[in-house]
Every structure is written in structure tokens, then in C-alpha cells.
Design a protein around this ligand. Structure first.
Ligand code: GLA
Length: 416
């Protein structure tokens, strides 16, 4: 059963009525372009087939009531909150993610708390959430949740994605980021939300974060006898949150000292002189960001030229830069990358925020089993929890899912 069906079925069981609709959004991996998004740079993510689905229907008491469905099917309802009372700090824990989205949309004039139009008198929503994006794996499960909630709330308000009067996907991504930064309190960039909303099946999304310009670049690894293996290390280190903010502030300070708006504005050729003007602790951060942006551009050139197998060294260089200059890797990520490379992978790197989460390896399909075995063996040797391994193929971005009711309506219209 896919996640949309799970969510719809659980909604019916929980509320005794069918949802008005189901919307879902995927997790992501980033092929390359790590910690470049908040430096106004370039990223190249693709959507995973793993999704978070939100079944939703309006309420009449102004409350937002969110229930999650665990893997074993158990419903976990959060305490309902009044949409009108949502303010940063008013909701904590996982319910802050859906609540923050309702808050951010309200600030843009999309007020789920006033659904019937009777200013604040009515409205609210029931949301039931099911998903299979591994949590805590650096694959953006929280952003998938936020994006699916955003689409569901907008859908309930009559602004179906991609319809004439609907906000654009990139606009929604910015509002989700606003929720994450200012309601949840995580200073993240735009990579994950944009990936979840704007990626398309079969492609990687080449995004210039500064201009918002994007291009869908075909990425059919199987056609080249290649595969992207995702290695979820199942490790997560407590440093992750504080280190992210520190790195971000370091980059902003470096840009300020160099007199540019963002590190994106430093050209690779100017790097040696720029580094000479930065204090010792900031120079490696700048070096990572500037070289990583260049690696994204090179990767895109190679993909456009049909030379996928040649991107391997760029992926590995990205890992080395994140490990040595940005210093956000950890033993589990390094062991996974090294094992994959020694087994013959063309390239491998950590993805996401760092200090745990997932790595990816690009390998020929002929040696994929060797790579899997090598990574497992290296983990066993060090007594690490064995990683979760899967091959990822670019899947579709967020959207409304067809439910049994939609199909019934279509059939009735067809029969009439
Ligand atoms: C996390 C953040 C993103 C991005 C990546 C690193 O996933 O949410 O905005 O900064 O880390 O590339």
C-alpha cells in the first residue's frame, strides 16, 4: 500500500469520514552541492521514491489536529492547537513542523484557521500523516512532512498546486523555509524544501539558489549501467544542530570580511587571494563553499554531455572537502565512503547537514553487490550498527495523490 492510501485509510479509521484529499511530498538526496544553499550557491538534488503523505479535511472549530501513523499502524495524535494562537515557541517537538507551516501560511494570507471565510470563527483542519522517508537519516523527512502539509492546507483552502491562482512551488518552498527558520527554529537553507517540491521523475534539479532559476537535468543511471546507492549510516551525532548554525555564521562572516554579499560571489580563480584575507578558522569554510559550487557546475556540464561515469571524482572531492575543510563528517560516513571506493565505486560522498545521516556512492551496477558487502563488512569490523542500503532513482516531486474517492468521481463523470 502506498503512503497516500495508508494515510487515507488511517484518516477514515481515525475520524469516521473520508479525507477531502491526500497530498504527499518526497525525501531527497543531494547529488552534489552541500552547504552551498545558504551561501546563495548551486545545488543538484533529486527526489526519493520515499514519501510523506497527508490526508486532510476541514474542521469547524479553528483547531489544527494532527495524527501520525507509525510503521506498525498505530495512530499518535498530537494535542490539537488553535491556528489563531500559533506563534513561534507555542508548539514544540514534532508537532512544531506542521504547526509552523500553518503559521507561515497564515502570515501570507492563507489562513487555515478561518476556512469558511468567517474571520477566525470557523476553520481548522484534521491531518493524518503516514510516510516511509527514514527519519533522522539526513534524507529530509521533516521537509517532506512540511511540504506535504503546506500542499494539504493550501488544497483545503482551494489553492491546488499548479492551478491558476495557486502560489508557485518555489514560493511555497520559501514559506516552508520561513516556518522552519522562524517557527521551528532551525536555520536551514532552501535545498530540501525546493527539492521536495520542484524535483521531477528521472531528473536531478539544478538550482541556482540566488536567482531561483532551475533546470531539470536528465539522470538515468540505469541506462549507463550505473546506480546511486544510498547508505543510511543510522548514526546521528548531537553536534549536528549547533555545528550547522556555526558553519552558517562562519560563512556569513567570511563573506562580510571579503566584502561580498555571499560566498557564491567568490570565483574559484580569486580563491587564493580571498583565502589570504580570511582568519585561519574561516578560510577552510570559504574554500569548501567556493570549490563545491564549482564542482556542481562541472557535474552539470558532464551530465549534460552524457558523461555520468565521469562525475565520480567530483563526488569524492566533495566528500573530502566536507570532511577536511568543512569538518562535518564523522567516522560512520568516512568508513562508508572509503569502503565504497575501495570496492570500486566511481565516487562517494556524505549528503545533507553532516555528523551522521546518509552517504551516496555512484557505482557500476556490475559491482553494486561488492560495494554493499564492503560497506557492511567495514561496519561489522568496527561494531557499527549496520547501515540501511538502497538504490535511489529520481522520483516525482510533491503533489496531490489520487484517492479512491477521486477515482470514483472521475468514473461518475465518465459514466454520466
Ligand atoms: C540540511 C539543510 C539544507 C542544506 C543541507 C546541506 O539538509 O536543511 O538547507 O544546507 O543541510 O547542504
Amino acid at each position: 500500500m502506498n503512503q497516500a492510501h495508508r494515510a487515507a485509510k488511517a484518516f477514515l479509521a481515525q475520524h469516521g469520514r473520508a479525507p477531502l484529499g491526500v497530498w504527499s511530498a518526497p525525501g531527497r538526496v543531494n547529488l552534489i552541492g552541500e552547504h552551498t544553499d545558504y551561501n546563495d550557491g548551486f545545488v543538484l538534488p533529486f527526489a526519493l521514491p520515499h514519501r510523506i503523505a497527508v490526508a486532510a479535511a476541514p474542521r469547524e472549530d479553528g483547531l489544527l489536529a494532527v495524527t501520525t501513523i507509525s510503521d506498525n499502524g498505530r495512530a499518535q495524535p498530537a494535542a490539537p492547537v488553535a491556528v489563531a494562537d500559533l506563534e513561534p515557541g507555542s508548539v514544540t517537538g514534532w508537532p512544531a513542523y506542521p504547526s509552523g507551516v500553518a503559521w507561515a501560511l497564515r502570515r501570507q494570507g492563507y489562513d487555515i484557521g478561518a476556512l469558511g471565510g468567517d474571520i477566525g470563527a470557523m476553520g481548522g483542519a484534521d491531518l493524518v500523516i503516514a510516510g516511509d522517508v527514514p527519519a533522522g537519516a539526513g534524507l529530509s523527512s521533516s521537509h517532506a512532512l512540511e511540504c506535504a502539509v503546506a500542499l494539504a492546507l493550501l488544497g483545503l483552502l482551494g489553492h491546488e498546486l499548479d492551478a491558476g491562482d495557486a502560489p508557485s512551488r518555489q514560493q511555497i518552498a520559501r514559506w516552508v523555509q520561513h516556518s522552519e527558520n522562524d517557527f521551528v527554529g532551525a536555520p536551514t537553507g532552501l535545498l530540501d524544501q525546493t527539492a521536495s517540491l520542484c524535483c521531477t521523475k528521472g531528473n536531478v534539479l539544478f538550482l541556482d539558489v540566488r536567482s531561483g532559476e532551475s533546470e531539470q537535468v536528465p539522470f538515468d543511471a540505469a541506462a549507463e549501467d550505473l546506480a546511486v546507492l544510498v547508505i543510511d549510516t543510522r548514526a546521528s551525532h548531537s553536534l549536528a544542530d549547533s555545528a550547522y548554525g556555526e558553519r552558517r555564521r562562519g560563512c556569513e562572516r567570511a563573506a562580510e570580511l571579503l566584502g561580498v554579499a555571499a560566498l557564491r560571489d567568490v570565483a574559484v580563480d580569486d580563491l587564493p587571494s580571498a583565502l589570504g584575507r580570511l582568519p585561519g578558522e574561516l578560510a577552510p569554510l570559504a574554500r569548501h563553499v567556493v570549490t563545491e559550487n564549482a564542482r556542481v557546475l562541472e557535474t552539470v556540464e558532464l551530465l549534460r554531455a552524457g558523461k555520468m561515469a565521469q562525475i565520480g571524482p567530483l563526488l569524492t572531492a566533495s566528500h573530502e572537502s566536507l570532511r577536511d575543510d568543512y569538518r562535518i563528517s564523522c567516522a560512520e560516513l568516512d568508513v562508508a565512503v572509503d569502503a565504497a571506493l575501495s570496492a570500486g565505486a566511481l565516487g562517494a560522498r556524505m549528503v545533507g547537514g553532516g555528523f551522521g545521516g546518509s552517504a551516496i556512492a555512484l557505482a557500476s551496477t556490475a559491482i553494486l553487490d561488492d560495494v554493499r558487502r564492503a560497506v557492511n563488512a567495514a561496519y561489522s569490523e568496527r561494531a557499527f550498527t549496520l547501515p540501511r542500503l538502497f538504490v535511489a532513482v529520481p522520483a516525482a516531486g510533491a503533489g496531490r495523490d489520487e484517492t479512491a474517492e477521486d477515482r470514483q468521481t472521475d468514473k461518475n463523470e465518465h459514466d454520466a
